[in-house]
Design a protein around this ligand. Structure first.
Ligand code: HPA
Length: 282
C-alpha cells in the first residue's frame, strides 16, 4: 500500500492531458514555442511577457492548485523577446503532497501545446563554497536524490520511451546560448550540478557534507521531476538557479525561508535579463 503513493497511476494521464489542451485551445489559439517555469521569488519575469491569455490554475482541468504562498498560480501565454512563450507562475512541489504525476502535469500539457524547449528556474542552496549568495548558476547536470521518479509506472509510449536517455538532460546548445547571452547583458553566471531533494526540511550538516562529496554544487526541492518529464518527451532544457543560501557544513547558520525568498527576489531582475536575452537567441 505504501508503494502506491510513489507510483504513477497512469489511468487517464493521456486523456487528462488532452482534455486540458482542448480546454486551453478553445480559449486561446496560441502555440507556445517555449515553456517557462518560474521558481520561488522569480515570478516577476511574467511581467515582461506581453500577455495574450492568462489562465488561473484553478480553471484548468486536472491542474493541481499551488499551495505555496510566494507563488501566484497562473499560466501566462504571450510574447517574450519575440518568441511565443507559456510561463508557469508558480510550480508544484512533491513536499506539498502532490504526486510527481501532478507535479509534472503542466510540462506534459505545454509539450502537447507545441513547446519544444523548457526553461526552468529555481532558488537553490549553494553547496559549492565558491558560490556567493545571489549568484546565478546554469545547471549543467542533476542528481535525482528524491527517492522517486515521475516515470515510475506503466510507460505511455505516445509521450516518450520507457528508458529515456539522460546523458544530456540540460542542453549543451542552450547552455552555450545562455553563456553568450550572459556576456552580452553582463550578468555573470556559474555552472553547476543540482541535486534534487524532496524537502520540506532543510538539510543537516551531515547531509550537506554528503551532497558535496557526491559532486553537487546546488541543492533544491524542485526542478528534477519536471526536467525528467521534459526529457522523456524529447524537450530541450535550460535550467537556471539563484543561490539563495550558502550550505557550508562547518559554518552552518539557521536558515530562514523569508531570507531565501528575499535573496531570490533581489536576484530576480538579473535573472530576468539573462533569460530574456537567452530566449532571444534560441
Ligand atoms: N536546501 C534545499 N533547498 C533549498 C535550499 C537548501 O539549502 N536553499 C534553497 N532551496
Amino acid at each position: 500500500m505504501a508503494m502506491k503513493r510513489f507510483c504513477r497511476t497512469k489511468t487517464g494521464l493521456m486523456e487528462n492531458i488532452k482534455e486540458c489542451v482542448r480546454f486551453i485551445r478553445k480559449k486561446a489559439d496560441f502555440n507556445p514555442e517555449i515553456a517557462l517555469i518560474l521558481g520561488t521569488g522569480l515570478g516577476n519575469l511574467a511581467a515582461r511577457i506581453k500577455p495574450a491569455h492568462v489562465f488561473s490554475y484553478e480553471k484548468l482541468p486536472h491542474f493541481p492548485h499551488s499551495t505555496v504562498r510566494s507563488h501566484k498560480g497562473q499560466l501566462v501565454f504571450g510574447e517574450l523577446a519575440g518568441k511565443k512563450v507559456a510561463a508557469m507562475e508558480g510550480r508544484f512541489h512533491f513536499y506539498e503532497g502532490y504526486s510527481l504525476e501532478e507535479v509534472t502535469f503542466a510540462v506534459r500539457v505545454l509539450r502537447e501545446l507545441g513547446s519544444k524547449i523548457l526553461v526552468v528556474s529555481n532558488a537553490a542552496g549553494g553547496l559549492n563554497l565558491g558560490y556567493r549568495k545571489g549568484e546565478i548558476v546554469l545547471i549543467d547536470d542533476h542528481i535525482n536524490f528524491m527517492g522517486v521518479n515521475p516515470l515510475v509506472g506503466p510507460n505511455e509510449e505516445k509521450l516518450g520511451p520507457r528508458f529515456p536517455d539522460m546523458c544530456e538532460p540540460y542542453s549543451r546548445r542552450l547552455i552555450d546560448i545562455a553563456s553568450k547571452a550572459s556576456a552580452e547583458v553582463k550578468v555573470p553566471v556559474r555552472k553547476g550540478v543540482y541535486i534534487g531533494v524532496t524537502g520540506p526540511c532543510l538539510e543537516t550538516r551531515a547531509e550537506y557534507r554528503m551532497m558535496r562529496n557526491f559532486g553537487a554544487d546546488l541543492v533544491g526541492m524542485s526542478t528534477v521531476p519536471e526536467v525528467i518529464v521534459a526529457v522523456h518527451m524529447g524537450m530541450e532544457v535550460l535550467g537556471v538557479s539563484v543561490v539563495t543560501d550558502i550550505c557550508d557544513p562547518d559554518h552552518l547558520e539557521p536558515c530562514d525561508i523569508q531570507e531565501i525568498i528575499k535573496t531570490a527576489n533581489e536576484a530576480g531582475p538579473k535573472l530576468d535579463k539573462l533569460i530574456t536575452a537567452a530566449i532571444k537567441r534560441f
